[in-house]
Design a protein around this ligand. Structure first.
Ligand code: SF4
Length: 393
């Protein structure tokens, strides 16, 4: 719900001094909103003095975070000499749209960006409605001759006059950037990523902050940044999701096949990974016979702690050999993302499967297995009437 729209004649610009900082608010704020902004400012002030600080703030029902957090964080960040980037993360894109709508009502303007997937941003009519857009985009960009014409014009989107200071889309949403992309025949996805590089405030879904793989892919550096997680009661589930990987047998077979093909060119990097995936597949095959029935379609086995370590050893992944495998995986993933090199590499889907696998395995082994009891290893088999059996690790 919005705060009171009545303007105070004695304070027509609605400037409120909170913790010694003037904050301009689009409405006459409720007391609870003033208290909320006060808490945001004192948290940021403490973070600046102590290097870091967290606050868990709950908006009463008559107020909402989208109205109060952007003015307070923005004012505070603008009042410092070196401006930390503010990442405002929300659960869905429609919530981000709502936050930007509220942000537009304020007088604060800072270089901004909204990060989202190619599905939301791609302006290449030929492929934008395809099922495998990420992969198709990467293939197009690897093709030096054909390429993607929109990609070459991404700079036209970024430098569009309406996005500049004082322009009507200075505070913009995904839709605005797509419209501009279509007008100038440029790629809005890469324009948004480039805008994020210079932005003081970046709006994005949670996973762009919580998932290290997405963070790396989007070149997001949260060190020293101000993170605002809207509706943070979802954060446990979101973090659990970010720390988990679900790889099915078909993806592992595809990965193994590609690794096998790459062994000839660089055996040092690809051979150990090929053997590891082969051992994981045979381990899954052995375990499939002894799964417990969960419901009428699903059969599962789970292990945690030492039992999970023992199972991983059965799949030839031990604490001792993990660092070597991790190094090989890092090289293979880097080669797959370096489209300029011209060297043979994994496909995008296989690189994603490998990266997800190693990201989760790293949670098992990091700090000498200190957090091993917080994670679970599982094999599950789902029987589908029409498509048959699907096994997952
Ligand atoms: S470069 Fe941009 S416009 Fe071209 S395919 Fe990729 S996301 Fe779509």
């Amino acid at each position: 719900m919005e705060a009171s729209t009545h303007q105070n004649p004695e304070n027509p610009r609605n400037v409120y001094h909170i913790g010694g900082i003037p904050v301009e608010f689009p409405y006459k704020p409720y007391g609870s909103q003033l208290a909320f902004m006060g808490r945001v400012i004192s948290t940021l002030d403490r973070a600046q003095k102590e290097g870091h600080c967290h606050a868990l703030l709950e908006s009463p029902t008559e107020t909402s975070t989208p109205e109060t957090a952007p003015p307070a964080t923005n004012t505070m960040s603008q009042s410092k000499k070196s401006v930390p980037t503010i990442y405002y993360a929300s659960r869905t894109h429609s919530q981000i749209t709502q936050v930007i709508r509220e942000y537009r009502k304020t007088t604060y303007r800072a270089p901004m960006a909204v990060l989202a997937s190619r599905k939301h941003y791609c302006t290449n009519e030929k492929i934008r409605n395809g099922d495998n857009l990420d992969e198709e985009c990467k293939l197009l960009l690897e093709n030096k001759e054909a390429g993607c014409p929109q990609f070459k014009n991404a700079h036209r989107v970024k430098s569009h006059p309406s996005l500049q200071k004082g322009g009507c889309h200075e505070a913009h949403d995904i839709e605005d950037l797509v419209k501009i992309g279509k007008t100038v025949k440029g790629c809005s996805y890469f324009a948004a990523r480039s805008l994020a590089g210079d932005a003081h405030i970046v709006f994005c879904p949670y996973s762009y902050i919580t998932n290290p793989i997405i963070r790396r892919a989007m070149e997001i550096d949260i060190k020293g940044a101000i993170l605002v997680l809207d509706e943070a009661h979802n954060i446990e589930d979101i973090s659990r999701e970010a720390g988990s990987v679900d790889v099915d047998e078909d993806a592992l077979h595809k990965l193994q096949m590609e690794l096998g093909q790459l062994c000839g060119g660089d055996a040092l990097t690809y051979q150990p990974l090929y053997e590891m995936v082969q051992d994981v597949l045979s381990w899954m095959e052995r375990r499939k016979g002894a799964l417990e029935k969960r419901d009428f379609q699903r059969y599962v086995s789970c292990w945690t702690g030492d039992k999970a370590l023992k199972e991983l050893q059965e799949a030839s992944i031990s604490q001792q050999c993990f660092p070597i495998l991790q190094e090989c995986a890092a090289k293979a993933i880097k080669a797959a993302s370096d489209t300029e090199s011209g060297l043979a590499h994994l496909s995008g889907m296989s690189a994603v499967a490998l990266e997800g696998l190693f990201c989760s395995l790293n949670y098992f082994f990091q700090k000498n297995g200190l957090h091993i009891n917080d994670f679970q290893l599982a094999v599950q088999c789902i029987f589908k009437k029409d498509t048959g059996e699907i096994s997952r690790c």
